[in-house]
Design a protein. Structure first.
Lengths: 456, 252
């Protein structure tokens, strides 16, 4: 609460400094031609007022709890506390809760006695923080204001600051990814401490329901999952998405009249916006039973209603607009002159597409397919609804199949404790998926980039 | 004199924009025809109507009568593939395919099934490259990419590619504008050597070039053919005031 008031105060101060600096800069505006603009001086001074103060505030927020506790421990009432340990920590945290008004009913009397000291120390800490932060803001702002002169390079300073801010913004996503990766690696490390990696990666028996505590590795062989993921996402789904996507992209970019293109392209893009859960129940209710009937008709006794084929087909349709759009972009990125050169030699459109445009667009298209695979492999909703929960190792597309993502969901939705090999296995699966997807994306980017270099 | 292409009252439109307005012109085998005029006056558009490359531009429309050896190029009995095979084109920017040098030249003969067997194809490739003077420069690296050649070599490769299917007409749209003076001189020499055998039309912004390579010159302005006649007449004794202004560089 106090923090927010302080922030509002800081912003108020900053805008005052902004105005002051601008007003000051306006006076010598004419002195230097093409000098920094008054507003740029305003920003420099305003930021000088805010940023150091904010930094101090952050440091204080981090240090304050320890300082407050210190102060409380120095009060006479604290002499009765037990030595450092669990009991002491509990008492202190109860006292802190009381002081901030979150008191529970059953509170130790000692905590009750410490609470006022806590409240006082906290209040004092707030005051010190407020005064120090505001003083720093005013001091730094005033100093910066005094430095506003005709020649002050406010423009470059503002630019440098903008650069730093943008950099920080882009860092957020990267740091988050790094954090996620770290936690994945950490938990997976704990998993691999109990189950050997080659057991997990190459074991063919997966049934975490029947896990036994002294040999968890026996039922955590994930090969069937990897196979299922590959079979569904990279084979069946791509068998649907790549040809159809490529052909539709060729039609759209080379044959379709302007009006047709204007109609069809958005229609395809709308397909990409359908929530995957909708594809999921379409798959579960319509495609899966149909595929099973087809399998039966073909004389397959083990045709499953949770087949790899059903999941792969639905996923292929889901990915199709993505492939089509990337292929379309790659084809359009091929310089017009190449197509014209071929047409001018008397080649037909289809000859031109096959012999000139597609080869030139190939790296881009291949990159797109890799990205599509990486998407299909990580896709969860469709396989949760259409694929099987049981891990079998089969090359028959009509047999049941499961995927890594599906199994992660199943592992984590049980009642198992967080530390069991069963839940840790989910992290190991996640890490494997992450590594594979990352590799696919890097390869795809490399391909697409090479394409750009040659195309441009 | 054999008139190869006879264009009569040709107008071309991009959507509502009129790029050519009632142009009538002949391209014949005995002369190189230069097309000159300020930027945007429709020179490229005229060339592209002659091999119907305008068909590939969405919204483009051509009116009037264009005949190749007396046959209407828009007629039912004239297939666009045949037309373009007989009327070759060289573009402003060298545009070799991202294939090997050999494959670039072999592209046309392959598509039209002109060579029987590898030996014949090799011969066609060699002849075409020799005629552009490129053979000695590339004969040891026919499998290198065409795009790896220098700009001037690339343009000669593109000319060789066009020659490989033995067209009857060659349309060149500012073929030297991306080249240095030496490469330009080689192309001009080549045009001189090809004239007589092929009907050649060349668009250029370079007046000296037009004077050097052509025997007939057409001056365009705002989509209209302002003046058309012997190159020597146009350059020494232009009839229209605008032509005079343009070729003397007083065009504003
Ligand atoms: N694809 C197109 N779409 C719309 N308008 C076009 C297109 N191509 C050309 N035009 C227009 O047609 C007119 C003639 O263009 P064209 O390219 O034939 O001129 P040009 O004489 O070749 O010019 P330059 O010497 O600059 O090459 C111009 O006004 C141009 O803007
Ligand atoms: Mg032009």
């Amino acid at each position: 609460m106090a923090g927010i008031t302080l922030l509002v105060l800081l912003i108020g101060l900053a805008s005052i400094f902004w105005q002051l600096a601008r007003a000051r800069a306006v006076q010598f505006r004419r002195a230097v031609r093409f000098g920094s603009l008054p507003a740029q001086h305003g920003w420099t001074v305003a930021l000088w007022a805010v940023l150091p103060a904010l930094a101090l505030l952050v440091v204080w927020q981090i240090a304050a709890p320890a300082l407050v506790t210190d102060a409380v421990l120095r009060t006479p009432a604290a002499a009765d506390l037990p030595p450092p340990g669990f009991a002491r920590a509990t008492l202190l945290s109860q006292a802190r809760a009381l002081a901030t008004g979150h008191g529970a009913e059953s509170v130790e009397p000692l905590s009750r006695r410490l609470a006022p000291a806590y409240a006082a120390a906290t209040r004092r800490s707030h005051w010190i923080a407020t005064v120090a932060v505001l003083a720093l803001a005013i001091g730094a702002g005033a100093a910066a204001l005094a430095r506003v002169r005709a020649g002050t390079p406010a423009r470059t300073r503002v630019e440098r600051l903008v650069t730093a801010l943008l950099f920080a913004a882009s860092l957020v996503a990267i740091l988050t990814t790094a954090g996620i990766l770290f936690s994945l690696v950490w938990e997976s490390g704990r998993f691999f401490a109990t189950v050997p990696a080659q057991r997990f990666l190459f074991g063919t028996h997966w049934s975490p329901q029947s896990i036994v505590d002294d040999a968890p590795g026996d039922v955590l062989g994930a090969l069937p999952l990897f196979w299922g993921t590959f079979f569904i996402g990279a084979v069946i789904a791509m068998a649907v998405a790549v040809p159809l996507g490529l052909l539709s992209a060729i039609y759209l970019s080379q044959y379709a009249a302007g009006s047709t293109r204007r109609l069809l392209k958005p229609a395809l893009e709308v397909l990409a916006g359908v929530p995957t859960v909708v594809y999921g129940y379409f798959g579960a209710l319509t495609v899966a039973p149909a595929v099973r009937r087809l399998g039966m008709a073909l004389g397959m006794a083990d045709a499953s209603s949770e087949s790899a084929m059903a999941a792969g087909l639905v996923m292929g349709v889901m990915i199709l607009p993505f492939v089509s759009s990337i292929a379309d972009d790659s084809l359009i990125a091929v310089p017009v002159e190449l197509g014209e050169a071929s047409l001018a030699l008397g080649a037909t459109t289809s000859e031109t597409v096959r012999q000139v445009l597609l080869p030139a667009a190939l790296p881009g298209v291949a990159g797109g397919v890799l990205l599509a695979i990486s998407r299909a492999v990580g896709e969860t909703m469709i396989v949760v609804m259409v694929a099987s929960a049981v891990a079998t190792l089969s090359v028959n597309p009509f047999a049941s199949a499961t995927t890594v993502t599906r199994q992660i969901i199943d592992l984590l939705t049980g009642e198992a404790t967080f530390d069991s090999p069963k839940t840790l296995a989910a992290f190991a699966l996640g890490l494997t998926l992450f590594v594979v997807t990352l590799a696919l994306n890097i390869a795809a980017l490399a391909l697409v980039r090479r394409h750009r270099v040659r195309g441009g | 004199m054999t008139v190869k292409i006879a264009a009569r009252h040709v107008s071309a439109f991009y959507g509502d924009v009129r790029a050519l307005d009632d142009v009538s012109i002949d391209i014949d085998t005995d002369h190189v025809t230069a097309l000159i005029g300020p930027s945007g006056c429709g020179k490229s558009t005229l060339l592209r109507t002659l091999n119907r490359l305008t068909d590939t531009v969405p919204g483009a429309r051509v009116e009037g009568d264009i005949r190749l050896d007396g046959r209407d190029i828009h007629g039912r009995d004239m297939d666009v593939v045949e037309l373009r095979a007989r009327v070759g084109m060289v573009f402003q920017k060298p545009n070799p395919f991202p294939k090997s040098i050999y494959e670039n030249v072999a592209y046309g003969p392959r598509i039209h099934g002109l060579a029987r067997g590898r030996g014949e194809l090799d011969a066609v490739v060699e002849t075409s490259l020799r005629r552009t003077g490129l053979w000695d420069e590339v004969k040891d690296r026919l499998s290198d990419r065409g795009t790896a050649l220098s700009g001037g070599q690339q343009q000669r490769l593109c000319i060789a590619r066009a020659l490989a299917i033995e067209p009857e007409v060659i349309l060149m749209d500012e073929p030297c504008s991306a080249l240095d003076p030496i490469a330009t001189a080689r192309i001009e020499e080549l045009i001189g050597a090809l004239s007589g055998r092929y009907a050649i039309a060349i668009v250029t912004h370079n007046m000296q070039q037009a004077a050097r390579v052509s025997q007939r010159t057409a001056f365009f302005h705002l989509g209209r053919l302002v003046e058309y006649g012997d190159t020597s007449d146009i350059f020494t004794n232009p009839r229209a005031e605008r032509t005079k202004d343009y070729i003397t560089g007083r065009y504003g």
